[in-house]
Design a binder for this molecule. Structure first.
Ligand SMILES: [Zn+2]
Length: 386
């Protein structure tokens, strides 16, 4: 079978597993596991708390404890409410493109990795290739933490990591970090004519959001800035708010979600601290003057560090040489698991087939020439390890 047909077949099978983040990914993981074991390669799984999802880690070929990690996430974003013109879980090749949910984000990369298992084994490498495939990336890079915790306990010390998220096969060396918080505001109910007896949770939430917006505006004006990012500063955003029942009751509960997407060197915790201070020193005293029960609680729903690989890191020059590109490695505002891998001590870049423009959209596709470019990149990368 020719190379493209091999990875197109695998990609089609991967797409057929509906691994939307809310679902189990175990069937897909078992598929990968059996493909590895057919080649005599063991894989290790790390499960989520409920046991319904797993990360997979496998070491292939080579000798010694170093090597390179090829990393991807197995989950995909929902197709709910999207107008697809084909079945998103039945891959279709048309006009040089392969359509399906996850085609570019990011089952294409995983399919190419899997199609190269035999090649890695045959290449008699000095150092191994490691596969690290995670769950729950799309809900804030949550799953991979368990895989990295296990990896820290092993003698394995991979030198580098390539995250195959869609970058149109450009080398990306940095991305922003993210802190995703949920705020619960507790007030006190009363008849809406008796405003002096109630604590309006919706109003308190609105004031907090207005404060968050003012912090966002100040950072946009004053920085810090890094012009290689777009936008070139840390951003704050509220995307969901829920509160109240009817207009003639003072609402006692309100909840909202917000996120900070920070430049890698800009601490999101310091920014959050400022917001927390505002509520503690300005808002809560006013609320508690009416009712001792009033309160504001924060939960962290997800967070991942930014990625910031130095321009003079060896991995960047190796990848740029293999890709035959002179382009300066870029920085992007969307997140990946790269920040976690770098924090765990591995030189990390993001480089994978397909464009982020097609990710998460209806009729998601990956161009076949992108898959081919990735396949050639992995072939030369593997070749460079012996
Ligand atoms: Zn992705």
């Amino acid at each position: 079978m020719n190379r493209p047909q091999r990875y197109i077949d695998i990609l089609s099978e991967l797409i057929a597993f509906d691994t939307t983040s809310r679902n189990s990914n175990l069937q897909l993981i078992e598929y990968i596991q059996s493909m590895l074991s057919d080649h005599g390669v063991n894989s290790e799984l790390t499960f989520d708390a409920m046991g319904g999802k797993a990360n997979l880690f496998a070491t292939i070929g080579g000798r010694g404890e170093r090597g390179i990690i090829l990393s991807g996430h197995t989950d995909v974003v929902p197709v709910d409410g999207q107008a697809w013109s084909t079945d998103p879980f039945n891959a279709i090749v048309k006009d040089g493109r392969l359509f399906g949910r996850g085609a570019c984000d990011m089952k294409g990369f995983i399919a190419i990795c899997l199609s190269r298992i035999q090649h890695i084994l045959d290449a008699d490498l000095d150092v191994p290739v490691h596969f690290a495939f995670s769950y729950d990336e799309e809900v804030g890079c949550v799953g991979v933490k368990g895989l990295l915790d296990e990896l820290k306990k092993k003698p394995i010390q991979p030198r580098a990591c390539v995250i195959g998220e869609p970058t149109s096969m450009n080398v990306i060396r940095a991305h922003k970090g993210m802190l995703f918080k949920r705020c619960h505001v507790h007030g006190k109910s009363a008849h809406s004519s008796m405003v002096d007896e109630g604590v309006n949770a919706v109003t308190a939430a609105a004031k907090t959001i207005a404060y968050i917006d003012s912090v966002a505006g100040r950072i946009q004006e004053e920085g810090p800035f890094d012009d290689e990012f777009s936008p070139p500063y840390t951003t704050l955003h509220c995307g969901v708010i829920k509160g109240g029942t009817v207009n003639n009751i003072i609402p006692n509960e309100c909840q909202f979600d917000f996120e900070i997407r920070n430049l890698p060197e800009h601490s999101p915790l310091e920014i959050f601290e400022e917001i927390d201070q505002y509520t503690k020193s300005k808002l809560l005293p006013q609320m508690r003057a009416v009712s001792e029960e009033a309160g504001i609680e924060w939960n962290t729903l997800a967070n991942y560090p930014g990625l910031n690989t130095s321009l003079d890191d060896n991995l960047i020059s190796i990848a740029s040489d293999l890709l035959k590109t002179n382009e300066r490695p870029g920085k992007v505002s969307y997140g990946t698991e790269g920040g976690h891998f770098q924090s765990a001590g591995f030189s990390t870049i993001v480089c994978g087939p397909g464009s982020i423009e097609q990710a998460h959209k209806p009729n998601e596709y990956v161009a076949l020439d992108q898959l081919q470019r990735c396949d050639e990149f992995l072939a030369t990368l593997i070749g460079s390890l012996n």
